[in-house]
Design a protein around this ligand. Structure first.
Ligand SMILES: NC(=O)c1ccc[n+]([C@@H]2O[C@H](COP(=O)([O-])OP(=O)(O)OC[C@H]3O[C@@H](n4cnc5c(N)ncnc54)[C@H](OP(=O)(O)O)[C@@H]3O)[C@@H](O)[C@H]2O)c1
Length: 303
């Protein structure tokens, strides 16, 4: 990854250009860079990054000009975020409420809706037990806070060290398991899984009867192709495994989940956990820290 000068972008139809104030370094950027996600790769010339916050400086010919000058959060797609001037489709731009800083916005704007809607996808209900796998990233932290506040009987997490486990307890976790699942209860009603990878079938076995595992990420790689064998082996337990992507969510539902995330943050019910704020020029260092497993929450870049 190198720092490069590129021409200033202009806003095409349906687009705005945002002068960025904060840029989120998501786990998704790392899995795209590593080539974990089929269909996406880190090709030469690609500008990584999918979420930014800042001020709209220009709007496309068909976009309401009142957007100009507004402070916004925006999804830029699977690329295009690590830049001083980012382009986004107006449908992927939301005005930021007062009280949410740009730095906090890029720690929550994507992760909050993924966590909230993944729990809903898993039909989480108060009184149920929840396990969040890969809980120390932004999505996992949001899932822990939402499940705890939503009345989960148990909020279990997997993490790689006791210190990270303590931090997750402060955010609402009640059980701390290691990455392999040692510790904690035997089974859970809902598992929100950010990790995936080879160990996923072992966590299928940790579902209670009628339990639901919702795979939202693959930071540990793609699960083995035959993971469904575990479901069939436990046929009489009526367990399910689902994938969940924000891409499949109707726009009004997605926008409502994002608005609720920012409102919950303004009320102090959800927290933007920012590991560090680095200059944009240090994006490669941010990824090195991610690859080293040194990040708790999210790194934010500032131009
Ligand atoms: N579904 C959607 O709509 C959607 C949207 C955006 C992103 N995503 C996906 O979500 C993922 C990124 O989420 P994120 O930014 O919250 O994650 P992240 O910060 O990259 O990682 C979360 C945590 O997972 C743990 N982890 C790392 N490698 C692991 C391994 N091999 N086995 C088990 N745990 C491991 C680490 O914690 P410990 O060291 O404490 O274990 C890490 O802090 C990506 O896969 C991305 O594609 C999905």
């Amino acid at each position: 990854m190198v720092v490069a000068d590129v021409p200033e972008p202009s806003a095409g139809p349906g687009q705005v250009v945002i002068a960025t104030e904060a840029i989120g370094v998501g786990g998704v950027d790392a899995v795209i860079r590593r080539g974990t996600l089929g269909g996406f790769g880190f090709t030469a010339g690609l500008i990584p990054g999918s979420e930014v916050a800042g001020r709209v400086i220009s709007a496309g010919p068909d976009v309401d000009p009142s957007w100009r000058g507004r402070r916004v959060w925006a999804f830029t797609g699977t690329s295009g975020g690590y830049t001083e001037q980012a382009v986004a489709r107006i449908g992927d731009v939301v005005a930021l409420p007062d009280g949410i800083t740009s730095i906090d916005a890029v720690a929550l704007g994507s992760a909050g809706p993924v966590a909230r809607l993944a729990l809903a996808h898993g039909r989480f209900a108060p009184g149920e037990s929840v396990l969040v796998r890969g809980a120390a990233g932004s999505i996992g932290i949001a899932a822990v806070e939402i499940a705890a506040r939503g009345g989960a009987a148990t909020v279990a997490v997997t993490t790689s060290s006791p210190e990270r486990g303590e931090r997750l307890r402060e955010l609402g976790a009640t059980e701390v398991l290691d990455r392999s699942g040692q510790g904690g209860s035997t089974t859970y009603d809902v598992i929100v899984d950010v990790a995936g990878g080879d160990a996923l079938p072992d966590f299928v076995d940790r579902l209670a009867p009628n339990g639901r595992l919702v795979l939202v990420g693959v930071v540990a790689g793609m699960p083995p192709a035959d993971f469904g064998a575990r479901l069939l082996a436990g046929f009489r337990q009526s367990r399910s495994v689902a994938t969940f992507s924000l891409d499949s969510v109707p726009v009004p539902v997605r926008d409502a989940a994002r608005a609720e995330t920012f409102a919950a943050a303004a009320r102090g019910e959800q927290h933007a956990v920012v590991h560090d704020v680095l200059p944009l020029a240090e994006a490669a260092e941010a990824h090195r820290l991610m690859d080293a497993g040194a990040v708790f929450g999210r790194i934010v870049l500032t131009p």
